[in-house]
Structure formats: structure tokens, C-alpha cells
Design a protein around this ligand. Sequence first.
Ligand SMILES: Nc1ncnc2c1ncn2[C@@H]1O[C@H](COP(=O)(O)OP(=O)(O)OP(=O)(O)O)[C@@H](O)[C@H]1O
Ligand SMILES: [Mg+2]
Length: 259
Amino acid sequence: MGGVTDVVRLGATVRRPVRPFTATVQAYLRHLRERGFDAAPEALGVDDQGREVLSFVPGDVPVDPLPDDVTTDAVLLDLARLVRRLHDAAEGWAPPPGAVFGSIPGTPDPPLEPLFEAPELVSHQDYCPGNVVFRDGRPVAFIDFDLARPTTRVADLVNLLHWWAPLRDPVDRAPALADVDVVPRVLAAVEAYGLTAAQRAQVVPVAVRRARNVVHAMRAAADVDPVFRRWWETGTAEEVVRTRDWLAAEAPRLAEALA
Ligand SMILES: Nc1ncnc2c1ncn2[C@@H]1O[C@H](COP(=O)(O)OP(=O)(O)OP(=O)(O)O)[C@@H](O)[C@H]1O
Ligand SMILES: [Mg+2]
């Protein structure tokens, strides 16, 4: 299982290496459960070999490029509603003192262009296809909260839109979405989530900044991490630049539609 993380399944659980942010993520997952959000793995502590234990979520996890059956509008709207439920459950959670959050390796310091002034909640921030579990063609859970950290509703939703609208150059999309105008899909997703007018106005500027940040973050990660270096050298370098440039070109049209 997996690319970055050494994940093994053991019966109804998965075991993953303990990292500096594991305790924070487990506390967060427990909070989500207490607030009634069940579309995420259950945090089950650490096993006798020192590995993190999470419940295994049965279902299918797609890989990029998206298979046709998960490129429908219905799936996108389900995902937007699932993120809304996640946000509503997350709101009000105060990270424990000294909480450590995960990040992409080598994240540049000083930081990238900020996506918000002040965080509103802790959320997932990494809705790539490999982090969503489907059953009967519908999304039922998010997994892999390794990049969960303080963020805003808009910044987190923009990550979902990147992968699933998607906010990507046509050549990087699933075949079924290559010729699709993503503007109506973004509008529908934003409506399914229920963003306010003020939040809608932030979507495009945040997405544009995020896409610029990703170029720097992935390049920095490639310098320090062999997995990211391999990705960088096998297409990621070109892809992140295409995403950034496609989004910059589409930004005016998308912003007008959202206004
Ligand atoms: N709790 C879980 N329930 C079901 N499947 C899981 C769970 N955790 C991990 N998996 C499976 O293992 C894969 C890798 O796990 P995870 O996403 O946590 O690690 P990763 O390092 O991000 O791997 P990748 O780079 O492939 O996303 C997932 O894409 C999924 O197929
Ligand atoms: Mg993952």
C-alpha cells in the first residue's frame, strides 16, 4: 500500500510509522468522531511494534488519473458536502499544547505566500485521489490526515477543487474531464459546500497563490526527499508549472463566475 508512507493492513486495521505529528493527528481524529464525523479512520493508538494503528476503511481508493466513474458531477458534489461536514466537525478543536503538524518535506522557510490571515480550523488539506475511499461509486471517507493542519474553509476546499474539479491543465486531467469546462463544476461544488459570498470571492485568489506555492514546495521537497525527487524528475516539475499557468490564465473567467 502507499507511496510516501509504509502502510500495511492487518485485519480491520492499518499500521503506519509513528511520525512527530502522529499524536496530533490521532487527537484530531478522535475529536472528529466525538463530533459525529465518521468519514475518517478511527484512531486506535500505537501497537507493540511502535506503529500507529488506524481502522481500515473498506472500499476502493482510486489513483490519479481518476477513473471515469469518479469524474461525475455527483461525486464532486458528494465530496464538497463531505468536506463541509468535516469542517463543521473540526471547528472548535484546539490542538493540544505543543502540537506538531505534518508538512511536505523541506517546506521552505521563510514560508510561502500565505493563503489566509488567520486559521479557522484544522483540516485535511490533501484530497488527492489516493486519500479518498469510495463504496458503490460514492465517496465515503477521507484517509491519510498526515498533512492536516490549521487552515481555512476556503483554502482547504481549494485543495479539493484542485484534484476533483479539477483546477488543472487539460493535459493533466482524467480523460473524461479533459474537454470539460470546469467553471460550472467549481460553481456547483462551491454551492454544494455552501460557501458565503465573502468566501466565494476568496476562492480564485487562494487557488492562484496555492498553485504558485506548490511549484516552490515540490521543488524544495525534491531537494531533500528521494520520493519527491523521483516525482519531480518524472513529470511533476512540468505538471505543477502547467497547473500554475493554466490557473493564472483561467482566473479572471472563474472569478467572474463566482462573483
Ligand atoms: N485507514 C485506511 N483504510 C483503508 N485504506 C487505507 C487506509 N490507510 C491507508 N490506506 C491505503 O493505503 C494507501 C496509502 O496510504 P496513505 O494514503 O495513508 O499513505 P501515503 O504515503 O499517502 O501513500 P500514497 O502516496 O499512495 O497516498 C491509501 O491510498 C489506501 O489505499
Ligand atoms: Mg495518501
